[in-house]
Write a protein that binds this ligand. Sequence first.
Ligand SMILES: [Zn+2]
Ligand SMILES: [Zn+2]
Length: 496
Amino acid sequence: MFRQKSLEGTGNTKRFQAQKEKGLAPSELFHHRPDYGVLICTTCHYAIQPGAIRRHLKDIHHLHHEKRRPFIAYTKGLKLKRPEEVQSPLPGDFPVPQLSVEKGWRCLAPSCNYLCASNKRMENHWPAVHAKKGDPETDWHFTLLQTFFRGRMLRYFTGQNQRQLQNTRDKPVQIAKAQEVAVSQDKQLEISLAKSLQEKYHLDALDSQLLRHYFDFSYKTFVTNKKTESVWIDVVPGLACDNKFLLQGMLACTALHMAHSNPVEREKYTLRGCCHQEAAIPEFRKAIENPTEYNCDAIIAFAYLLVVYSLATDLEQSSNPLLIIDARPFNTQHIIPPWLHFIRTGCYMLKDVWHRIESGRASILAYAWERNLDEDAWSEESTRVYRHAANLLAESFAYVDRAKNTIGLTAWNILGTWPVRIEQGFFALISEKHPGALILLAHYCVILNQIGDCWYIGGRPAILIASIARILDKRWRPYIQGAVKEVLGPGGIEAV
Ligand SMILES: [Zn+2]
Ligand SMILES: [Zn+2]
């Protein structure tokens, strides 16, 4: 199941592979790089100090004394350097595949090799070291960073050539070139991630095609702003290296995306997407039941893909994707769009792992989903439920406005703003076709309409609001007129 890694310089491989219990073998958990004299944890994506191996196994991987033994024995045979003796890789060897990659900054002052991950640090670096306030336009530059060690021994290195960058000071053309270098490094990272995924999971021709499509096109449809872009292009595929269900989620959504854009081969792609999703769900459930700091980022990323998948299959399977009006007269449940229901319950499922997710590598996704999962007691009293939902909707409008100017609008903050926060009782009100509830739902369509162009949204805001306009009693119609106009255009309901 796991790719065998070569074990340079030791004859211990077979012996310890035989001792392999559940989980990773010592040589799989720990990747030895004799060229640098370091031991990289393939799960944590950083190098472990020789003196801290036992502690790492105990505190980070929670291995008991007995289970630690083969790992300790394996590492005893390796030549490891003290952290302060470890040389940084040459630019040509960047990125080191087993280490995580961060975005950061490089100081452009002559012969200053300062690298850091935050802009704030760079702003402090200039007055402290170069005795003047630095200019973000010319004094430092975006770069990609890696470090072997964390904590006290953290020392960043990068792939960019120092001289080349120094020459770019005040020269816009060369700065543009340096940016190209950064972009090509992104591409390099992408290729190396795709390669690792392909090798590790032995992808067949169709899956390899899906993976390429993910990196070329599909990931972009999951983001609408710069900040979450890196999450989908670097972080999520990186997490997928350790969490197969996440790779399957990526491939499932990509398959539906391809089905959507290639009607001729729709069946082939839909079928493959379905296979991946079915294989992923049981593993995802297991992960949710045992959330740890190692799988929680993968859990949240998969949850997002799950929303895309459920929206997209809902479109695929039904000619009337928003079943707000159901032909079956007594089945009130179907009045509620299933995807709306899903978004709400899907998020509840995650609430126990939320605090871990917020501090993890995919945290930006969690923030984008800004939610409040207070499980207040809900009453049957419809006015209160309505007021609550109305206040939340007002907040959502304010939030969406704020997000437009700050983190940017994404499918996630839009889908997540309102449905996940309203009470269960509100869904009952929709089922009863309560005018207040329908009016609010119509206004939610205005928010939803802001991402109406996404392939997996598929015209839902328009269909939903038109359905509402049809079932809402005449005397209430004036209350939704503004919303209808905004979603359907000046022609209003007659336009559909
Ligand atoms: Zn580790
Ligand atoms: Zn400097």
